[in-house]
Ligand binder design. Structure first.
Ligand SMILES: C[S@@+](CC[C@H](N)C(=O)[O-])C[C@H]1O[C@@H](n2cnc3c(N)ncnc32)[C@H](O)[C@@H]1O
Length: 141
């Protein structure tokens, strides 16, 4: 997801529903980005903070215990998503309203409602087939 979204040191990666924090930690550790994970499950937020310390990236990542629908997404330059299709569909108006021009979005496995991706990529890992879909908000004029 991060490679496909061309994440680099100038990026601020927001993972919506950050689980155990692996995406945000990888963004900081492997791509030099800063990252924010937003997660509803308080235990996963604590696990993520512990994992970030262990990975040596605690100064570049933040994990927030919050509903993604209550969070301000505007600082993001890259948004990563692996959520259920119905949540994705509900997110679309918020993404279009809050994200700044040029922000990239990548969704694992499920589309964002009927918002057509700019490109997509499929691959297999073991027996599992994965689909990544990519969007880029148009630059401001
Ligand atoms: C499939 S996991 C993905 C975890 C991580 N992004 C990854 O790719 O490894 C989805 C996560 O989203 C969280 N989640 C679902 N709805 C949420 C919401 N409205 N606000 C914040 N987190 C949410 C779940 O608790 C779960 O940890």
């Amino acid at each position: 997801m991060l490679r496909g979204a061309r994440v680099g040191p100038n990026d601020v990666v927001y993972d919506l529903g950050s689980g155990d924090g692996r995406i945000v930690i990888a963004a900081a550790r492997d791509f030099g980005a800063r990252g924010v994970g937003i997660e509803l499950d308080a235990k996963l937020v604590q696990d993520s903070k512990d994992a970030a310390l262990k990975a040596g990236v605690a100064d570049r990542v933040t994990f927030v215990w919050k509903d993604i629908f209550e969070a301000d997404l505007s600082p993001a330059t890259v948004v990563t998503i692996y959520l259920f299709p119905e949540v994705n569909a509900k997110l679309v108006p918020k993404l279009k309203r809050e994200l700044r021009p040029g922000t990239r979005i990548v969704s694992h496995q499920y589309p964002l409602g009927d918002w057509k991706p700019d490109r997509w990529h499929q691959f297999q890992s073991g027996v599992r087939k994965h689909t990544l879909m990519f969007w880029e908000l148009p630059p401001s004029r």
